[in-house]
Design a protein around this ligand. Structure first.
Ligand code: NAG
Ligand code: NAG
Length: 215
C-alpha cells in the first residue's frame, strides 16, 4: 500500500514536471475573452463563432521602440496582451531595440525560455545558471546569430556598438512575464528593508539607500 502511494506520488510529481511550461491544448484555439469574469489559469475562451482573423493578428513590429531612457533600450512585446488568440498556445514574440551602448538589463522570464536573433548590430549577451554554480554563459552576437536563454535564468543583452541594434526573440509562453532584477530587489513597493539588502549585498546600508533612491 505504502509503495503504491509512493508510486502515485512520483507519477503526480512527474506529471507536474511535464506541465512546467504553458499547458497543452485541448482544442484548436482558445482566443482570450478579456471581458469574462471567469478566473482561470490564462483567460477564458471567447465564443469560437465570434473569432476572426484579427484575433490572431498584430501589426507594428517593424517600428523601432523609443530607447530614450536610462537603459537605452525598448522592449516591444507581442504576447497574449497584444494578440488574444495566443491564449493557451505557449508562444510569444518580442522586439528589442538598443541605442548605442544601450542594454536590456539583467532580468528573468519566470514562465519562458527565450530564443533571440540579432537583426541589426552586435550584442554581448549572457545568462547565469542557478545556485550553487552561478556560471555565466556569454557571447558576442552579430547579425543573424541566435542565442538561447533558458527559462528562469538571469540574462541580459548589451549593445557595445556605436550603432543602434535590433533583436527579435521568441518565448515559450503566451505570457512570459519579466522580473527586472534591479527593479525587483531595489525598487519593490514597499521597499525591502535596507538592513536586509545591506547584509545580502555585503555593503554599507548607505550604499543600499543610494541605490534604492534611484527607483
Ligand atoms: C521618447 O521618450 C522620451 C522620454 O520619455 C520622450 O521625451 C520622447 O518624446 C520620446 N520620443 C518619441 C519619438 O516618442
Ligand atoms: C523604505 O521603507 C521604509 C519603511 O519600511 C522607509 O522608512 C524608508 O524611507 C524607505 N526607503 C526608501 C529608499 O524608499
Amino acid at each position: 500500500m505504502a509503495s503504491q502511494f509512493i508510486l502515485l506520488a512520483l507519477l503526480v510529481a512527474s506529471a507536474y514536471h511535464a506541465f512546467a511550461s504553458d499547458p497543452g491544448m485541448l482544442q484548436d484555439f482558445c482566443v482570450a475573452d478579456k471581458m469574462s469574469q471567469v478566473l482561470v489559469n490564462g483567460f477564458a475562451c471567447k465564443d469560437p463563432k465570434a473569432v476572426t482573423a484579427e484575433d490572431f493578428f498584430f501589426s507594428g513590429l517593424h517600428m523601432a521602440g523609443n530607447t530614450s531612457n536610462k537603459q537605452g533600450s525598448a522592449v516591444t512585446g507581442v504576447n497574449v496582451a497584444q494578440i488574444a488568440g495566443l491564449n493557451t498556445l505557449g508562444v510569444s514574440l518580442t522586439r528589442v531595440d538598443y541605442a548605442p551602448f544601450g542594454q536590456n538589463p539583467p532580468h528573468i522570464h519566470p514562465r519562458a525560455t527565450e530564443i533571440l536573433t540579432v537583426l541589426e548590430g552586435s550584442l554581448y549577451v549572457g545568462f547565469v545558471t542557478s545556485n550553487p554554480d552561478n556560471k555565466l554563459f556569454a557571447k558576442v552576437l552579430n547579425k543573424g546569430d541566435v542565442f538561447v536563454f533558458p527559462q528562469g535564468s538571469v540574462h541580459f543583452q548589451f549593445n557595445y556598438g556605436t550603432n543602434s541594434a535590433v533583436a527579435l526573440a521568441a518565448l515559450s509562453s503566451m505570457n512570459p512575464g519579466v522580473i527586472t532584477v534591479a527593479n525587483a530587489v531595489f525598487g519593490s513597493n514597499p521597499n525591502i528593508s535596507g538592513k536586509i539588502l545591506a547584509k545580502a549585498f555585503q555593503v554599507d546600508k548607505l550604499v543600499v539607500d543610494r541605490i534604492q533612491a534611484q527607483f
